[in-house]
Design a protein. Structure first.
Length: 336
């Protein structure tokens, strides 16, 4: 039995899969198996996988197309590792990814899930996505967006088995976000603040093709947490919540800033009462959303940089003075 099972679902992935496999076989951590779960490919994916003679590479063909959630669940069932590391067939793991994630999970048994920062592939200019590292903050961010990149995720198997957790086929294409949120309720979730994964962006991605379906799935995931807070959002609050979370599309005017303050304050007060999220981490998340809303409005010349500091939400931000300075600079550049 390997310490780590690297799980790679594939459906017609011939264009990139060899690079993904090579990145796993080049890991500095060697105690792993690589399971390639073929979900009914009609291209040369199977032929490419079969060309590898390394005994750690296992090819499993699904008898029928199960969809991504079903393929990922089958990968869990046929794997052997104590830790499960996910990698999509078009992404790349940098050489020390497994080594550093295993060391972190070994040292912190309270952690059930660990991700990393990622660098993008396929864009005109590369981007680094800085996912949060503090478990309390990560848990709070689950209410607004997915703070773990799936191709960087390593999961402790015992956490899945203890609570009988699997990918839920009712939430495509956000079934990973759904599972991470459920894991975070009873286990610590964090990210290593280092780029250890390369994430490819291209037009054929499921998340790109099924954008409207993804929005509905995301709201279903987020609304159940809002219900736990005993808050009933209006249609306007629902739209705002999605805009300042997964969509980040902020209409920068004073009315929208006021609504944002009211909504975030309502969530904070509800959590103080019901303790759905760790208090300090959640307040930090709310303060971050408040800062970003003000930054957008200041850049559009719609509000003053002082507006941010007049709210109790800003007092929950550990980097408050730095945030205020950034808003001041933005207001000077945009003449407000």
């Amino acid at each position: 039995m390997a310490k780590v099972s690297v799980l790679m679902p594939v459906y017609n992935g011939e264009k990139y899969i060899a690079r993904a496999i090579d990145s796993v076989l080049s890991q500095s951590f060697r105690d792993f198996e690589l399971l390639v779960i073929d979900d009914g490919s009609s291209d040369k994916s199977a032929e490419i996988v079969s060309s590898y003679s390394d005994k750690r590479v296992r090819y499993v063909a699904n008898p029928t197309n199960l969809g991504l959630a079903g393929a990922r669940n089958r990968a869990i069932e046929v794997s052997n590792g104590d830790y499960l590391a996910w990698l999509d067939c078009d992404d790349i793991s940098l050489p020390d990814r497994l080594l550093k994630q295993v060391a972190l999970l070994d040292a912190h048994p309270n952690l059930g899930l660990c991700g990393t920062w990622v660098r993008t592939l396929g864009l005109e200019s590369e981007q680094v996505w800085h996912y949060p590292s503090d478990p309390g903050f990560v848990r709070g961010r689950m209410l607004f967006d997915d703070p773990v990149a799936t191709s960087s995720a390593m999961v402790r198997r015992s956490c899945l088995d203890a609570d009988e957790l699997r990918f839920d086929t009712r939430f495509p294409p956000a079934e990973d976000y759904d599972l991470w949120e459920r894991i975070s309720r009873t286990n610590g979730v964090c990210n290593i603040p280092e780029v250890l994964t390369l994430y490819r962006i291209h037009p054929d991605q499921i998340s790109t093709i099924k954008r409207e379906q993804q929005k509905k799935a995301v709201w279903a995931i987020q609304s159940r947490s809002i219900q736990q807070l005993h808050v009933e959002p209006s249609d306007e609050e629902k739209s705002l919540h999605l805009d300042i979370g997964v969509r980040w599309h902020f209409v920068a005017d004073n009315e929208r800033v006021d609504l944002t303050e009211d909504w975030l304050g309502k969530l904070g007060s509800a959590n103080d009462r019901w303790q759905v999220f760790p208090t300090n981490g959640f307040r930090h998340v709310l303060a971050e959303r408040w800062f970003l809303a003000n930054l957008a409005a200041v850049r559009e010349g719609k509000t003053s940089w002082k507006r941010y500091g007049r709210s109790v939400l800003s007092s929950w931000e550990p980097l408050r003075l730095r945030r205020q300075a950034r808003l001041l600079l933005a207001s000077m550049r945009h003449g407000k």
